[in-house]
Design a binder for this molecule. Structure first.
Ligand SMILES: *[C@@H]1O[C@H](CO)[C@@H](O)[C@H](O)[C@H]1NC(C)=O
Length: 324
């Protein structure tokens, strides 16, 4: 560190203190407003650059979700497949829930009585990839929290994924999985930018999740209709998984919403993102955030100061997923 003359150092300190007070004020103001009048209109605090209304009343709950459907032919699970204990030990203030197929069935039956097409679709699906994709959106839609695949490992505590002064404002955290402009593999991806859905954090009832669920319900039924069969009998290709419930669907739904709430026109606007971008109540994290492998084994790029939050091991071999 460079030694500063005393007076200058004091002025800087003063500046920083005033800035902190301002932030505390903004946060308190937003909190009070949200509590007394849950609002749909434009937010009074325009802390970020791209701005739009806050939607959901409550911030992202401190809850971790993982889904594990044991593949039928496997009776012992390789220990390294699951990093659940790391999620649990890194988030002592969070509720952790591992959802298996029986809990999933109960959750679906209990929560979607008014939307019978959801349980009907979910129960009919035979492909575990489709089921687990669909279920993560439903869990986040109803309860909110952080969903992360069982083959992910936290590198940084979720509390530190976004700055504390943004936590009152953010209702959906999405990270970029693929950016053609930074690491081109155009043969593996439909769009120049893809968002990952192995880790997503959301407040309950987020409109992006509502949209995703309705797209999945329609898209799955369309596949069955095109084959003149029913949901439980349809043949599913890798592309169907990606496009109905997987990252292609998720990417389109997130992008559509960004176009509605912010001045995003195409995937190109998200190329080369290297720090968190705030669009209304959505934050888009850069490529390495949930893909520590993009940096190195430690998930840190010492040279550029970029840092990963989650590492994904791409181990769900029984589930169809694109290569990293
Ligand atoms: C992908 O999904 C969308 C939305 O459900 C659908 O309109 C489109 O036809 C699908 N694409 C293909 C090639 O199946």
């Amino acid at each position: 560190m460079i030694a500063l003359p005393r007076a200058r150092a004091f002025l800087q300190y003063l500046g920083a203190a005033v800035f902190c007070l301002l932030i505390v004020n903004v946060v308190l103001f937003t909190t009070t407003r949200t509590r007394s009048h849950p609002r749909k209109g434009p937010s009074p605090s325009k802390a970020s650059t791209h701005n739009q209304p806050l939607v959901s009343g409550v911030p992202i709950p401190r809850q971790i979700w993982q889904i594990f459907f044991a593949p039928p032919e496997v009776d012992i699970i390789e220990e390294e497949l699951l990093h659940s204990s790391e999620w649990i030990s890194m988030t002592p203030d969070y509720t952790y829930t591992m959802v298996g197929s029986l809990e999933a069935d109960e959750f679906i039956d209990a929560n979607f009585k008014n939307q019978p097409e959801i349980p009907k679709t979910y129960h009919a699906l035979q492909n575990p990839g489709l089921k687990s994709d669909f279920l993560r959106y439903l869990l986040l839609l109803v309860r909110g929290g952080i969903y992360s695949d069982v083959d992910t490992k936290p590198v940084v505590r979720p509390e530190d994924w976004i700055p504390v002064e943004k936590r009152q404002q953010v209702r959906l955290i999405v990270a970029i999985e693929y950016d053609e402009a930074q690491d081109p593999h155009p043969e593996d991806f439909k769009y120049p930018v893809q968002f990952c859905q192995w880790t997503i954090a959301a407040a309950p009832n987020h409109p992006v999740l509502k949209k995703m669920v309705s797209r999945a319900v329609t898209g799955l039924q369309d596949i069955a209709n095109a084959q003149a069969t029913t949901l439980d009998r349809m043949e599913i290709t890798d592309f169907n998984v990606l496009n109905a419930t997987g990252p292609v669907a998720w990417t389109e739904v997130v992008l559509e919403t960004l176009q509605e709430v912010a001045s995003i026109t195409s995937y190109r606007d998200l190329a080369k993102v290297n720090e968190a971008q705030y669009y209304g109540d959505i934050v888009i994290l850069p490529l390495e955030s949930f893909r520590a492998d993009y940096l190195d084994d430690w998930g840190v790029s010492w040279r550029t100061g970029r840092r990963a939050f989650v590492r994904h091991f791409f181990k769900g071999g029984w589930k169809k997923k694109p290569p990293p």
